[in-house]
Design a protein. Structure first.
Length: 387
């Protein structure tokens, strides 16, 4: 009789991807599988998340009643790549992600050079979305290997950057130093563009796309200075020649997202919205948070950047506001306990620590079989938290 009154725990699993190893749905599924090996009676709600970067379309496809449409595109070096768009059931909204065409993961370490990489492939995805009849095109921004201010995307949409002699510029951020004019008009058929991003960096300056994100994409200090100057010239031409482009483009929040793709979308009359906010609404995360006893979130690396607009920060803050404990699982954890606690994180667990630390191979060993490690962590969490 007493056993029948035991509390049936409700656990919300809402991780981001483990970049380069596991997509968010598989992360959630692995932790849930481990939990169920310890206690099968608890209610586990799986709501994998994304903030606009890689996995954005996959996560939304699980949450929305929509249709995924394959779209051939090209990668940052112009090579064939597989992309897709997600169309809502009524066809009015299309979702896509820049990383499928501009992703850093599409390049080897030796190929990473933001002076030459292009966002042209994203323009092909946007064109497909527009041609599908969608009146709103939501573009997840993140994980890019480009720094061309969206010039490649604009070229694919019909707006060609020209030099002083009227010749089309080559692709890449560095070439924009020679831009003199634009030719053509964007072929958007009246569609409204929305950039889904949680990066609020501007296009230009010390906190801009080139300075903050360029080094991650292969830029050295000289490259950063060159790229920032080139994007400054590009922004001037966009403001002058592109009808509807807002004034002060280079300083607008979000313009620096994905190597300046945010600025190109703003120049086309689009808007920036919170990627995690958009996904939260689509997955009805708030309603789930109101009903659970524990939240488990996570990402590949839980570090200081995680608490500044990333999935983990949004989830932990929402859990804290409801008085619900929030646990983070990650490949590695470098955030201080006090800093994490102030953001709403109750505890954090790393695969590196679970697999024995650096002496056992460190992060590479931990991430060589992440699903196994996450299942084991799921079981450990169940033993610690399930009542």
């Amino acid at each position: 009789m007493w056993a029948a009154t035991l509390h049936r725990m409700r656990v919300l699993l809402c991780p981001d991807k483990f970049a380069g190893t596991l997509p968010a749905p598989e992360v959630a599924a692995a932790v849930a599988a481990g939990w169920r090996t310890v206690t099968a009676g608890d209610d586990l709600l799986l709501r994998p998340l994304a903030d606009g970067g890689p996995g954005f379309v996959e996560v939304l496809a699980e949450a929305l009643d929509g249709r995924r449409v394959p779209v051939p595109t090209v990668d940052p070096l112009g090579r064939p790549a597989a992309g897709e768009i997600l169309l809502t059931a009524d066809g009015t909204t299309a979702y896509l992600e820049s990383a499928q065409a501009c992703g850093l993961h599409l390049l080897t370490a030796a190929e990473r050079d933001p002076k030459t990489t292009t966002s042209y492939g994203l323009g092909l995805l946007v064109t497909a979305a527009v041609e599908s009849g969608a009146s709103t095109v939501v573009i997840g921004l993140g994980g890019s290997g480009t720094n061309d201010g969206g010039a490649g995307m604009l070229a694919a949409l019909g707006v060609t950057p020209l030099d002083a002699g009227g010749t089309a510029l080559p692709y890449g951020g560095a070439a924009l130093a020679a831009i003199d004019a634009l030719d053509g008009a964007p072929r958007l058929r009246g569609a409204r563009l929305v950039a889904a991003t949680d990066v609020d960096n501007p296009l230009l300056g010390l906190h801009g796309a080139s300075n903050v994100f360029g080094p991650q994409k292969g830029a050295d200090r000289a490259d950063v200075l060159l790229l920032d100057a080139a994007l400054e010239r590009f922004a001037e031409v966009l403001e002058r020649d592109l009808p509807g482009c807002p004034a002060g483009l280079g300083a607008l929040p979000g313009g620096g997202a994905a190597g300046g793709l945010g600025a190109a979308i703003l120049a086309l009359g689009g808007a920036c919205e919170s990627g995690i906010g958009l996904v939260t609404r689509a997955t009805r995360l708030d309603a789930a948070l109101d009903t659970v006893d524990l939240v488990i979130t996570g990402e590949g690396s839980f570090d200081h950047q995680s608490l500044r607009g990333k999935v983990v920060a949004g989830v932990a803050g929402a859990a804290r506001d409801r008085g619900v404990p929030c646990v983070v699982v990650a490949g590695q954890v470098s955030t201080g306990r006090r800093e994490a606690a102030s953001a709403g994180v109750t505890d954090a667990y790393s695969l590196v620590e679970h697999f024995g630390g650096e002496e056992a191979g460190g992060l590479d060993a931990a991430l060589s079989r992440p699903a196994d490690g996450l299942r084991e962590l799921g079981a450990r969490l169940a033993r610690q938290w399930s009542r």
